[in-house]
Design a protein around this ligand. Structure first.
Ligand SMILES: Nc1ncnc2c1ncn2[C@@H]1O[C@H](COP(=O)(O)OP(=O)(O)O)[C@@H](O)[C@H]1O
Ligand SMILES: [Mg+2]
Length: 288
C-alpha cells in the first residue's frame, strides 16, 4: 500500500512537469576543491535567479558551514535520526543560500539504519519540489551509502586538479560510477590550473579516457585557475565569488555556471531519471 502511494506521489510530481537537477560534486582524492566549488557554484546559480540548496554529505566532518561562515542550527544527522524536522536542518545564509550542514565533531562514521533511508527519501521528495538545483557536496569519507547516493543522482560534476594523481583518481571514480550506472551524466571541471594553462589538457585527457575505455561521453564544463583569492576567501569564510567578484576564479565560475545551466541533462538521462525512484531502488536493495 505504502509503495503504491509513493509511486502515485512520484507520478504527480512528474506530471506537474517539475524538474529539479540533483548533482553530486565528486573527486577521486580529497582536498582538490569540491567544497569550494560547491559553495561558489551555488552562488553563481543563485545570481542567475535559481533556487539552490547544498547538502553537505560529509556527515560528521562537514565544512560547508565553515566556508559559508555560518554556525548551523542542526545537521543532516539530526534530521536522519529523527531529532529534527527537515525545516529545522535547512539553514539560510545572509547571502540567501540554503544549506544542510554535514555537522562536525562526529568521531566515528555514522551508522545508517533503514529508517534513515526513508527519512532521506522523504527529504529529497520535498527538496525536489522546492529547489531548482540540489548540490550534494560529497565528503572524503566515501562510505558505501554516500556512493549509493551518487548513483541515485542524475548528474555528477567531477573536480580534478592538473596533478597526474588527481587525474587518474578522478578517472577511477568515474569508472566506478559509470560501471554501476552507464547513463549518468558526467561534467568535468579542472581546478587549480596553473597560469598559462587553459586547463583543457586535464579535462580532455579524462574525456578521452572515458570515451576510449568505457565508451562514455562526458562534458567539459570549464576550468578554475589557481587563484590566491580562493584561499583568502576561505580565511574570510565567505565565497570568493562574492568577496572577490573580479578575481580570475570568480569570472571562470560564472562561465561554468552559465555553461551548466545551458546544458540540460541528456534527454535519455531525463527520461530514465526519476531521482527518487532510483534512490529508492538502490536503497531498497537487500532490504526485505
Ligand atoms: N582554484 C583554487 N586556487 C587556489 N587554491 C584553491 C583552489 N581551489 C581550492 N583551493 C585550496 O584547496 C583547499 C581545499 O579545498 P576544498 O574545497 O576544501 O577541497 P575538498 O572539498 O575537495 O576537500 C582550499 O582550502 C584552498 O586553499
Ligand atoms: Mg570538502
Amino acid at each position: 500500500m505504502r509503495d503504491q502511494a509513493e509511486m502515485l506521489r512520484l507520478q504527480m510530481l512528474k506530471s506537474q512537469g517539475q524538474h529539479s537537477r540533483s548533482i553530486a560534486i565528486v573527486s577521486g582524492k580529497g582536498g582538490v576543491g569540491k567544497s569550494n566549488f560547491s559553495t561558489n557554484f551555488a552562488h553563481a546559480l543563485l545570481a542567475r535567479g535559481k533556487k539552490v540548496i547544498i547538502v553537505d554529505m560529509d556527515i560528521g566532518m562537514g565544512n560547508i558551514h565553515i566556508l559559508l561562515g555560518v554556525t548551523p542550527r542542526n545537521s543532516l544527522k539530526d534530521y536522519l535520526d529523527g531529532t529534527n524536522s527537515l525545516a529545522e536542518v535547512i539553514n539560510r545564509t545572509s547571502n540567501g543560500l540554503d544549506f544542510i550542514s554535514g555537522g562536525s565533531g562526529l568521531d566515528k562514521v555514522m551508522e545508517w539504519k533503514p529508517a534513515m533511508f526513508d527519512r532521506l527519501m522523504e527529504a529529497f521528495e520535498y527538496l525536489q519540489k522546492a529547489y531548482d538545483f540540489i548540490l550534494f557536496d560529497m565528503g572524503a569519507g566515501a562510505t558505501e551509502r554516500a556512493i549509493d547516493l551518487v548513483l541515485a543522482v542524475e548528474e555528477v560534476i567531477v573536480i580534478s586538479t592538473t596533478e597526474p594523481t588527481s587525474v587518474t583518481d578522478a578517472y577511477s571514480m568515474m569508472k566506478f560510477i559509470c560501471l554501476r550506472d552507464p547513463d549518468k551524466s558526467f561534467h568535468l571541471v579542472s581546478n587549480r590550473v596553473p597560469p598559462n594553462d587553459d586547463g583543457n589538457d586535464t579535462a580532455t585527457r579524462l574525456q578521452f579516457a572515458m570515451r576510449k575505455f568505457l565508451g562514455k561521453e562526458t562534458k567539459i564544463l570549464g576550468f578554475l585557475p589557481e587563484d590566491p583569492a580562493v584561499q583568502k576567501a576561505v580565511l574570510a569564510q565567505q565565497p570568493y565569488i562574492l568577496l572577490y567578484p573580479k578575481a580570475p576564479a570568480s569570472k571562470r565560475m560564472i562561465a561554468i555556471a552559465e555553461t551548466f545551466v545551458q546544458k540540460e541533462p541528456d534527454e535519455a538521462v531525463q527520461k530514465e531519471s526519476g531521482f527518487l525512484k532510483k534512490l529508492r531502488s538502490i536503497f531498497m536493495k537487500g532490504r526485505g
